[in-house]
Design a protein around this ligand. Structure first.
Ligand code: NAP
Ligand code: MG
Length: 402
């Protein structure tokens, strides 16, 4: 079989620790033998970020804007311990934060479902994708611990000096206050990213806030979504026979639990933070969650939802075998290759991505898996494989399919 040719390069962002080890195994075993892989390589490993004063992260994000599709390995977000461990010049910022700021996107997270790993919510037979607004609200707040009696006010001063002033509360003793904000521009980007992703993946879109209580703040989110839907997306949704549906957050929670899944749930920043952890846990395992950043300009960055699996890496460095699950990282590659295939009109590339995904699922369903999956699988006698052994088992399934 001749190798599949590509036209436009993928932006390849390499990363850290155990996922960096898996990255190379995946390329060597599952991609390079079948694809004439074209990538523009950026090494986001912490050492190279440090050498380049983090310029490499900025360059990789700009390359993503240029080419349109990126695939990213998990990376270390430095903290004090990492500054020491890697002798860093500075505590570099989170690469995901830097990339998100440049691409201005929304993050969509979806579980990979396999038979034998049963969600805690039995009726969830299809994946639920959480779209989390990644700007503002309580994550960019200003807070005051009120020391005692006094008046708290909300004041906006316009460029022309005009004030809008409202009383928050007349305190008769100690208390707390908090100021939060969002921008019309960011909410519009969020809405467009959600509607575009729904059209792209042909799934219904649900959106929920607490607009009955937050009559200006949350209501503005609701209004912006509705206006963008009516003016830009309604026809596309109707043509695909998919639905946009707004409801209160508490009603949404109840409906989500009763649903069979198979839709996108758009959430404000805090709701998305909480709900994505709930949904991920209920579907079984963090190592089976995919994540894609979609910018309003139609740029895509695919990655796994988990981190660099540090504890496994230290075992690996000691020469011990690890049983690290590479599924979410493989799906980051297949997501990116499939998108590249769609954009460049290379059906063989899309087909390959689908076959590789199905090989991953079949391998697990046939009882071959990594340790953390075996511990939650209903499979009778699972064969627990090490990191490379699992990738080789997937390769064997793939070869039988091709
Ligand atoms: P983590 O790497 O996701 O790992 C947490 C634990 O979850 C692991 O210790 C492991 O449990 C289990 N796990 C996660 N992925 C797994 C996989 N593929 N296969 C098997 N088990 C898996 O999170 P962390 O330990 O909190 O963070 C480690 C580093 O990753 C940090 O430096 C953090 O900054 C970075 N991080 C990066 C990203 C990103 O780039 N998107 C996201 C999150 C964290 P056991 O040890 O019990 O086996
Ligand atoms: Mg969280």
């Amino acid at each position: 079989m001749s190798k599949i040719k590509m036209i436009t390069p993928l932006v390849e962002m390499d990363g850290d620790e155990m996922t960096r080890i898996l990255w190379k195994m995946i390329k060597d075993e599952l991609l390079l033998p079948y694809i004439d892989l074209k990538t523009e390589y950026y090494d986001l490993g912490l050492e190279h970020r440090n050498e380049t004063n983090d310029q490499v992260t900025v360059d990789s994000a700009n390359a993503t804007l240029k080419y349109g599709v990126a695939v990213k390995c998990a990376t270390i977000t430095p903290n004090a311990a990492r500054v020491e461990e890697y002798k860093l010049k500075e505590m570099w910022k989170s690469p995901n934060g830097t990339i998100r700021a440049i691409l201005d996107g929304t993050v969509f997270r979806a579980p990979i479902l396999v038979k034998g790993i049963v969600p805690y919510v039995k009726n969830w037979t299809k994946p639920i994708t959480i779209a989390r607004h990644a700007y503002g609200d309580v994550y960019k707040n200003t807070e005051i611990k009120v020391p005692g009696k006094g008046k708290a006010e909300l004041v906006f001063t316009g460029e022309d000096g005009k004030e809008i002033r409202q009383t928050i509360h007349e305190f008769d003793g100690e208390g707390i206050i908090q100021g939060i904000h969002n921008t019309k521009k960011s909410i519009e980007s969020f809405a467009r990213a959600c509607f575009s992703y729904a059209v792209d993946t042909k799934q219904d879109l649900w959106f929920s806030t607490k607009d009955t209580i937050s009559k200006k703040y949350d209501h503005t989110f609701k209004d912006i979504f509705q206006e963008i839907y009516d003016t830009e997306y309604r026809e596309k949704f109707e043509a695909l026979n998919i639905e946009y549906f707004y409801t209160l957050i508490d009603d949404a929670v109840a409906r989500v639990i009763r649903s069979e899944g198979g839709f996108i749930w758009a959430c404000k920043n805090y709701d998305g933070d909480v709900m994505s952890d709930m949904v991920a846990t209920a579907y079984g395992d963090l190592s089976m969650m995919t994540s894609v950043l979609v910018s309003p300009s139609g740029v895509y960055e695919y990655e796994a939802a988990h981190g660099t699996v540090q504890r496994h890496y230290y075992k690996y460095l000691k020469g011990e075998k690890t049983s690290t699950n590479s599924i979410a990282t493989i799906f980051a590659w297949t997501g990116a290759l499939n998108k590249r295939g769609e954009l460049d009109n290379i059906p063989e590339l899309c087909e390959f991505a689908k076959r590789l995904e199905s090989a991953c699922i079949k391998t697990i369903e046939n009882g071959k898996m990594t340790g953390s999956l075996a511990s939650i699988s209903t499979c009778e006698n699972p064969v627990i494989l090490d990191s490379l052994g699992f990738i080789k088992a997937i390769k064997e399934t793939l070869e039988n399919e091709l």
